[in-house]
Design a protein around this ligand. Structure first.
Ligand code: AMP
Ligand code: ZN
Length: 673
């Protein structure tokens, strides 16, 4: 069925709005609407596009993740080679660079543009007619790999360039944008945390993680890695500079919708470049991403052309590299630390050593696989690196110790003596005891979290004190707390203590879905909590369900089912549940009872847009009267409600001779106006 003019208009409007909000969120970091509102718009667009597949265009915001995994990448020749940058390791090197530039150009003073040197994977983005046509990796510099589907998943890369900016800067619509795909510190830490939780590979640094993510054969994996893109070159279709100054190119890129270095400066003379390097070094750890240096580029493109390039690097740019934060030292011991999720992390105790001005005395070894990969033993000399504020990590063994001895993973939890478990599909060894003291604090914080039991005011500081003073051992101990026990704690005025007690009290009524999530069972997130609650209705039944029964729940696979079953097979965990129940925590699901059952046994399918309500709202009305909403039309469908611009479901309904209602007919049937 052909789309009407109004549908086309709505689609166009949704796309424009979504583009705007993507830009606010992913480029500017200043969202104007809630995530939920964004999702609603996106869902509406996807629904319209599903009904009118002929209207789907590759630049639609719905099309960022599409396409199946690929077998490999095609090779693409770069219009202008993607060469490297010469490095400067000292300010003398910078002065020497400036001297050469002045000598070759005959200019006394040079204007430079300074930017961060991002540490990721460089990409060339080809825009045709203002639309993203292709994304290519640097490859060997002359040719790279076509990674277009992956590049499209990076939200800070505009699929469509801002046309007003193109006009304003008098740019051609065919352009090439070069820049770096990177992973922010936050995305990197989150990725490693997730990998650790799920027993996946731990990435040594954000660059490896970003480079790996761009080159994934499955764009869905790339999408899940949360990459960012920062632009630093603008070329026209023949690989030349469309603007007379690099600083203007960066401004134009920013106006067209890209992220560019926000701290960039245009400075006169090399001394100012050095001042910029100093200033950025001082606040380096505060940047959202890691940088390994500063790039200085001659601003005038005419001068750039005059200077030209060697085979390896342009003569008009230089990368100043910050001194490496690496050092060698001796591993005195390797011990085990029990972390948040009960994972046992091997940690190296080091001979204290200064790295980049900070004394380092231990370093994480992540997991047993990493210990084996490094081949590190107690007594070895190792090279360690400190990047950002994270704990330093061991890069390699530089000398084997004369009396070295291997590290052995303990068989019992060093904190509580419980059993250690390692599932075959993970690298981490874990303590199975939910009440393990090492896990206590973290599990309490998780329990009180906003999406779990939502106990406002139970932050880290309070939890530390509660656990350290022996007042709370597990989440169930929160419930008998009194004013007398809380008030003596630091930073606990009577009023805040009372507030906390009220919060704890009201959390009892949260219901099953939140409670399940709050228990912190591995692989059980909020959504799984809801599914379990809906399916079983009470914690008792979940406790008693075996793996087979658990997999009957839609969306719950064998891995999650096994994890749930294992959790409840542990005596300590069952004891915790009993204790929570005794404390008065609600263990059953809140089931929304239907208003009446006049639609019981009836299945509805909606197609096309309704006028008085969204289709979701209409669906809720059906459910509230005991009916069901189906996604597709079949013989079992009782009513098909047809709005404006209905899709193929309408034709199908006619073919099957089903009862077809318009919105008014639907309202009459359910008794509303
Ligand atoms: P390297 O890989 O250490 O030889 O450094 C050269 C690479 O640095 C370039 O190929 C770019 O991928 C990257 N790079 C990072 N930040 C910038 C920037 N602001 N301007 C130009 N290139 C950059
Ligand atoms: Zn333990």
């Amino acid at each position: 069925m052909a789309a009407s003019k109004s549908t086309r208009k709505e689609i166009e409007k949704l796309r424009a709005d979504l583009r705007h909000h993507e830009y606010r969120y992913y480029v500017l970091d200043e969202p104007e609407i809630s995530d939920a509102a964004f999702d609603r718009m996106m869902n509406r667009l996807k629904a319209l596009e599903a009904e009118h597949p002929e209207l789907v265009t590759p630049d639609s915001p719905s099309q960022r993740v599409g396409g199946a995994p690929r077998e490999g990448f095609e090779t693409v020749v770069h219009r202008r080679p993607m060469i490297s940058l010469d490095n400067a390791y000292s300010y003398d090197d910078l002065r020497e660079f400036d001297r050469r530039v002045r000598e070759l150009t005959g200019r006394e003073h040079i204007e430079y543009v300074t930017e961060h040197k991002y540490d990721g994977l460089s990409l060339a983005l080809i825009y045709e007619g203002g639309r993203l046509a292709r994304g290519v990796t640097r490859g060997d510099g002359a040719r790279g790999e076509d990674v277009t589907p992956n590049v499209r998943t990076i939200r800070s890369i505009p699929l469509v360039l801002d046309s007003a900016a193109i006009k304003k800067w008098k740019l051609p619509p065919d352009l090439e944008v070069r820049g770096e795909a990177i992973m922010s510190r936050r995305a990197f830490e989150e990725l490693n945390r997730k990998q650790e939780e799920q027993g996946g590979k731990i990435f040594a640094n954000a660059r490896n993680a970003a480079a790996g993510a761009v080159r994934m054969l499955d764009p869905k994996v790339t999408a899940s890695r949360r990459l960012d893109f920062y632009a630093y070159y603008l070329l026209n279709a023949d690989g030349r500079d469309p603007l007379d100054r690099h600083s203007r190119a960066l401004d134009a890129l920013e106006a067209m919708g890209f992220r560019v270095c926000a701290e960039r400066q245009r400075v006169a003379g090399i001394d100012k470049v050095m001042a910029f390097c100093d200033a950025q070094d001082a606040r380096r750890e505060k940047l959202p991403y890691e940088i390994d240096g500063i790039v200085a580029k001659v601003d005038e493109t005419a001068l750039q052309e005059e200077l030209g390039a060697t085979a390896k690097a342009p003569r008009w740019a230089i990368a100043y590299k910050y001194p490496a934060r690496q050092e060698t030292t001796v591993v005195r011991d390797i011990r085990v630390q029990v972390g948040r999720t009960g994972a046992l992390t091997p940690v190296a105790d080091l001979e204290p050593v200064k790295v980049g001005g900070v004394t380092v005395s231990h370093s994480t070894l992540h997991n047993m696989d990493e210990v084996e990969r490094l081949g590190v033993q107690i007594g070895d000399t190792v090279l360690i690196e400190r990047a950002g504020e994270v704990i330093p990590h061991v890069i390699s063994v530089t000398k084997k110790g004369a009396h070295r001895r291997p590290f052995v993973m303990p068989e019992k939890c060093p904190e509580c003596g419980s059993r250690i478990h390692k599932s075959p599909d993970e690298v981490a060894y874990r303590c199975v005891n939910a009440a393990c003291p090492a896990k206590r604090k973290e599990s309490l914080i998780h329990f009180a979290g906003r999406h779990a039991m939502n106990i406002d005011g139970l932050g880290e500081k309070i939890v530390d004190q509660l656990v350290d003073n022996g007042l709370v051992k597990d989440p169930a101990d929160l419930y008998p707390l009194t004013l007398d026990t809380l008030v003596p704690l630091e930073r606990m005025a009577e009023k805040s203590a009372q507030n906390l007690l009220d919060e704890i009290e009201s959390s009892k009524k949260n219901g099953l879905a939140r409670l399940i999530y709050a228990l912190g069972i591995r692989f059980v997130g909020e959504r799984t909590g809801q599914l379990l609650a809906e399916h079983f209705g009470s914690l008792r039944e979940i406790e008693e369900a075996n793996e087979e029964k658990l997999t009957e729940v839609p969306e719950i696979g064998p891995k999650v089912a096994a994890s749930i079953a294992e959790f409840f097979s542990e005596a300590a965990n069952r004891k915790l549940v009993a204790k929570l129940q005794k404390a008065g925590v609600r263990m059953t699901a809140e089931r929304k009872a239907p208003r009446d059952s006049k639609l019981a046994g009836k299945t509805f399918v909606f197609t096309g847009g309704l006028e008085h309500r969204s289709r979701e709202q209409a669906g809720e009305i059906v459910v509230s009267h005991g009916g069901k909403v189906g996604g597709s039309v079949s013989k079992k469908t009782d009513y098909v409600v047809v709005g404006s611009d209905p899709g193929s479901k309408y034709d199908q309904a006619k073919k099957l001779g089903l009862t077809i209602l318009d919105e008014a007919g639907f309202e009459k049937l359910v008794g509303i106006k």
